[in-house]
Design a protein around this ligand. Structure first.
Ligand SMILES: CC(C)(COP(=O)(O)OP(=O)(O)OC[C@H]1O[C@@H](n2cnc3c(N)ncnc32)[C@H](O)[C@@H]1OP(=O)(O)O)[C@@H](O)C(=O)NCCC(=O)NCCS
Length: 169
């Protein structure tokens, strides 16, 4: 496993390029985790999404926690940072997530998991979510975003490059 590092400087030299009309599936909506209540149903929806992303990410080991373990160990991170969990929904189903964590002192955002459920891939949803996260970081006055991608993850590398992330290793 070889991780490639990227960064995105929020100094005005980069402008978002992906618009909502680039999404080729009608009816997709975008919310944040902070727009919903913490209920067993929303936890389950988040769990299913995170699980699919982690299991499918070539940069991970293909193993994921049970729902109970997720609730105890992992959910707290997402909920604490619920303003920076960008979600795509379709007819009530949660189909995409782009997660970032902000270090306020350093003014740096670290990109976490980006995932789109398999049958909804290729519609530009991940790119759009990525752009929402970039716009948010810009509006918060951050300096940069950093991310790491497994060298075999071509879709994710493409999304980063298309959206202005520059390779640093
Ligand atoms: C990576 C992932 C989020 C992409 O979601 P998506 O909504 O299908 O992505 P988009 O439709 O926005 O764009 C994907 C881009 O990658 C391209 N792409 C898709 N598969 C590709 C491949 N095998 N090789 C090269 N490019 C590929 C698409 O053509 C598209 O580019 P385009 O806009 O020029 O057509 C999705 O594949 C996924 O959930 N993967 C599993 C989890 C994961 O690995 N996440 C990343 C690590 S955190």
């Amino acid at each position: 496993m070889n991780m490639i590092k990227y960064e995105y400087l929020l100094d005005g030299s980069n402008k978002s390029t992906v618009l909502s009309d680039a999404i080729t599936l009608d009816g997709v909506e975008f919310i944040k985790l902070s727009n919903v209540n913490d209920t067993p149903e929303t936890r389950k929806k988040l769990y299913e999404l995170v699980k699919e992303g982690v299991i499918d990410d070539p940069g991970q080991n293909g193993i994921f926690e049970t729902f109970d373990q997720f609730s105890k160990k992992i959910f707290g991170h997402y909920w604490k940072n619920n303003k920076t969990q960008f979600l795509a929904t379709y007819k009530g189903e949660w189909i995409g997530l782009c997660s970032i964590t902000i270090d306020k002192e350093k003014k740096v955002a670290k990109c976490g998991l980006t995932v789109v459920k398999k049958r909804y891939r290729g519609y530009g949803i991940a790119s759009y979510l990525k752009n929402l996260s970039i716009d948010y970081c810009r509006s918060e006055g951050l300096l940069k975003m950093v991310t790491e991608v497994d060298e075999s993850n071509y879709p994710m590398m493409k999304i980063n490059q298309q959206n202005g992330f520059k390779r640093v290793t």
